[in-house]
Design a protein around this ligand. Structure first.
Ligand SMILES: Nc1ncnc2c1ncn2[C@@H]1O[C@H](COP(=O)(O)OP(=O)(O)O)[C@@H](O)[C@H]1O
Ligand SMILES: CC(=O)OP(=O)(O)O
Ligand SMILES: [Mg+2]
Length: 408
């Protein structure tokens, strides 16, 4: 059945890619907020069980089998080709603009923007800052610019939201020449944070003047906000730092990294691979970086999985506590990302024992499986605790609509 968007509206494709998945969402934009038409994803790329899903805005399955079978999505190139074909079929409205989530813009780009050859050059240069994310998105943009030459292409960066951080949050205590080369805290998950601020402003709740957002997904970060603006965040120069993640360790003693490099005979690639792909929950549990699998093993009594969860929880708790000290109090703690949104046990473990600081989770509310923005703290809790979906794709569609309309 053809999928139609209302006549005269701009049709925007959003691509949010990870190291092993490409998620795509199709929106049409009118004067107000862009509306979703359909979405899909290719995941497990290069693995033994690549998956494909394609659903309409109400969540009804349109397709779930890759044409040509699973073997057809063995590499990122196959996956891109596959997405390009899925969104250019006769049943799908014409793609007029494409927005890409780009994790790291490099040292020189500070705004979401139309992709030009110069932007592509900066993104290729930025690969060292985010080796897990940027090289893949560059491949995707190159392929899509080739496939959709008449469409506008726009890069939306995970860092832009954090441009409001003060220098005391962004500067590293290193010689000045490094700062001149772009060595500073950038911060990531900015599109998620921006979408959460937007949702809280639109919700019928008092807007929290001081809050922290714990975005806990594959990558995990905690951000401190005052009046809806980022004032500090746990990820730094790269998305490898901060709190413990699925396969990344978060902050380490810098001497430890030097030690590893020396021990490996300066094999930077091996150390980088280990830090980005084989650390975090995956390393600690010895099972998986996927929270569901780690929790399952912990519930069955696996001691390594239990310790992995305690280390993860402790790192998030310590960071929230440090931001509470920084802001002098919090009106809200927000959980987002796959773990933050769906794993009630993680939320309970992270906030356990914080009642004397004014943070009281409502165990009943917290345990309820619900979708959308919701409050999960006790009525009398001085700090409200919210679960808010990270609407990165909608945020990108909004930026693309704004940039296209302004002719940027
Ligand atoms: N119902 C759930 N219970 C516990 N963890 C979940 C649940 N759903 C998703 N997760 C976890 O969320 C994480 C993935 O988060 P997500 O935000 O989708 O990641 P990505 O960074 O790839 O966008 C995984 O660790 C997964 O186990
Ligand atoms: C910045 C980052 O780590 O993103 P993700 O959580 O999607 O991997
Ligand atoms: Mg994500």
């Amino acid at each position: 059945m053809p999928i139609r968007s209302p006549i005269g509206k701009m049709q925007i494709l959003v691509i949010n890619s990870g190291s092993s998945s490409i998620k795509f969402s199709f929106f049409y934009a009118e004067a107000g907020a862009p509306r979703s038409l359909f979405e899909g994803e290719v995941s497990g790329i290069g693995g033994s069980e690549p998956k494909f899903g394609f659903r309409d805005a109400e969540g009804h399955d349109i397709a779930h089998e890759a044409p040509g079978g699973k073997a057809r999505i063995a590499s990122m190139e196959d996956a891109i080709e596959f997405v390009a074909r899925a969104v250019s079929g006769p049943e799908v409205p014409k793609v007029e603009a494409i927005g890409y989530r780009v994790v790291h813009p490099g040292a020189l780009l500070h705004e979401h923007q139309r992709i030009t050859d110069r932007v592509m050059m900066e993104l290729r240069r930025a690969a060292d800052f985010a080796p897990l994310h940027d090289p893949e998105v560059v491949k995707i943009i190159e392929a899509m610019r080739g496939r959709f030459p008449a469409a506008g292409h726009f890069a939306c960066f995970d860092t832009v939201f954090h441009e409001t951080m003060p220098p005391e949050a962004t500067a590293y205590p290193l010689p000045a020449e490094y700062a001149e080369r772009g060595v500073r805290r950038y911060g990531f998950h900015g599109l998620s944070c921006e979408s959460i601020v937007m949702q809280l402003r639109e919700a019928a709740v008092p807007f929290p003047h001081r809050m922290v957002i714990a975005h806990l997904g594959g990558g995990c970060s905690v951000t401190a906000l005052v009046d809806g603006r980022s004032v500090d965040t746990s990820m730094g120069l790269t998305p490898t730092g901060g709190i413990v993640m699925a396969t990344r360790p978060g902050d380490l003693d810098p001497g430890l990294v030097l030690y590893l490099l020396r021990q490996s005979g300066n094999d930077t690639d091996a150390v980088e691979k280990m830090l980005n792909h084989s650390s975090g929950l995956a390393a600690l549990s010895g099972i998986s970086g996927d929270m569901r699998e780690v929790r399952d093993a912990a519930e069955k009594g696996d001691e390594r999985a239990r310790l992995a969860l305690r280390i993860f929880t402790r790192s998030v708790k310590k960071t929230i506590g440090s931001y509470l000290a920084l802001t002098g109090g919090l009106e809200a703690v927000v959980f987002a990302g796959g773990i933050g949104e769906h794993d009630a046990a993680s939320r309970a473990e992270i906030l356990a024992g914080l009642e004397p600081l004014g943070i009281s989770l409502d165990a009943g509310c917290n345990a309820k499986k619900k979708d959308g923005l919701r409050r999960v703290s006790m009525e009398g809790s001085a700090t409200a605790v919210y679960v808010v979906p990270a609407e990165e794709d909608l945020m990108i569609a909004r930026h693309v609509a704004r940039l296209s309309r302004s002719g940027s």
